[in-house]
Every structure is written in C-alpha cells, then in structure tokens.
Design a protein around this ligand. Structure first.
Ligand SMILES: [Zn+2]
Ligand SMILES: [Zn+2]
Length: 243
C-alpha cells in the first residue's frame, strides 16, 4: 500500500484534507490489520454497502466530515495501488508505464460513482420514511450475492444522525471526484518508479542521473530521499532564471 506520507501529501495538497486528521485515519485504517480488507470489499467496482457504512460511520462519529473524507481517500488510494501492482493493470503499468494510468483512474472513479449510487438509494428510502428492515431487504435484493452482514447493516441504519451522515458521505464523494485523479496518478507513477529505482533519480531538467553526492532538491520534499524525484540544484537555479 502507498506509504503514509503519500496519503498525507496527496490528501493535503490535492484534496485539502488536514494532515492532522489524516494521520489519525492512517493509523485507524491500517491498524484494522487483517480486517483492513474486510472493510473494503470491492466487488464489480462496488464497495459492499454494509462494510463501507461500518467503517465510514465510525470515522464520521470520531473525526467528523474531514475524517470521513480522509477515510475514503485512504481506501481509494490503497485500492488504486492494488490495481497498479497486480492483475491486468499491474501488467499494463509494467509494460507501458504511466501511459495507462488513465485506466486505473477510470476504475477508481467507478468505485466512487457506485458509492454515490448505492448511498443515494438508501438515503432516498430513508427520506421517504422507509423502515430499516425494508432498506436492508431492498439493498439485499439489488446486491449481487446479497448482503453479507445484515445485522451490522441493520444496526447502522438505526443510528440517529443517519441522514446527515449519508448526505456527508455523498458530499465527500463529490469532492473527491474533483481531486482523486491527481492522487491516483501519483500512486501509479510511484509504482512505476518502484519497478526501477533509477526512474526517480533522473533529473527532469537535464536528463542526467542525480547522484547522492551532487547538490539536489527533492520533489516533493515531504517524500524524503527514498521516494521523491530528484532535481539538480543547479538545474533548478537555471530553470528559475529562465522562467
Ligand atoms: Zn492502508
Ligand atoms: Zn539536472
């Protein structure tokens, strides 16, 4: 999965999530251990509703709107990393490099769109006054293979601030739609760089390898020596005077 610093950096600079909240979400999500994936079961581009609701409602209660946004961001980045390293997309990244990131972005957005569809269905039923049992049944009927944890689903549906929570969740999806592509692109790039360490050591300005003894800057600085792209300090200076 992407390093925490990548979560923090992309979350903060691309999606406007405070790193203080995100830091806690990183700890929370990755401390779920083996359950990590239990709570992010994505089938056919759908995040299983009761699994999503379970972690999302917890994050919302504990860290509010921003925590909810960080939670989705963290999981979707993990997901895009999984896509980038294995299976069909992993093969494409290996073979074609960053040219194929658009496919990974598209697939990640499919998950976002489905979250919105699935949650809107529940929200609309609630607003029409449907009972929790009716909602479980409706989702169960629609869901391929049925609901796996109906009890947990039912408990969440009985919460007091459910409508407010679901509206926030849908809002978060809309906000992430505006910024997630840059973050997923970053993850795919980093994955591609991982396949050949030299890739991040080529100075983008002059095309030469940046050796550790040469004065250089890290892009971004937050990533540190191991993850960041390197640029000769000299090249940076000449870019500045040109630009
Ligand atoms: Zn993770
Ligand atoms: Zn250079």
């Amino acid at each position: 999965m992407p390093e925490w610093v990548v979560h923090l950096y992309t979350g903060k600079y691309f999606c406007g999530i405070s790193d203080k909240v995100y830091d806690e979400i990183n700890r929370f999500v990755d401390s779920l251990g083996p359950e990590h994936d239990v709570n992010r079961i994505i089938v056919d581009g759908h995040w299983i509703p009761e699994a999503l609701l379970y972690v999302a409602s917890y994050a919302y209660e504990k860290w509010g709107y921003e925590g909810l946004k960080a939670l989705l961001h963290h999981n979707l980045l993990d997901y895009s990393k999984t896509l980038s390293v294995g299976g069909k997309y992993g093969y494409l990244v290996k073979k074609y490099g960053p040219d194929c990131t658009i496919d990974i972005i598209r697939f990640t957005y499919k998950v976002l769109d489905h979250i919105k569809d699935d949650m809107s269905l529940i929200l609309n039923m609630l607003k029409e006054g449907a009972e929790a049992y009716d909602i479980v049944k409706e989702v169960d009927d629609k869901w391929v293979g049925g609901i796996r944890y109906p009890k947990s689903f039912l408990n969440i549906l009985k919460r007091e601030n459910l409508i407010e929570f679901l509206e926030s969740l849908i809002n978060v999806v809309d906000e992430l739609r505006d910024c997630m592509c840059v973050c997923v692109d970053e993850v795919a790039w980093l994955t591609w760089c991982d396949l050949d360490e030299n890739r991040r050591n080529y100075c983008p300005a002059c095309g030469r390898v940046v050796s550790s003894s040469e004065p250089h800057v890290l892009i971004p600085n937050e990533y540190g020596e191991r993850l960041a792209y390197k640029l000769h300090r000299e090249c940076l200076e000449s870019l500045k005077t040109k630009g």
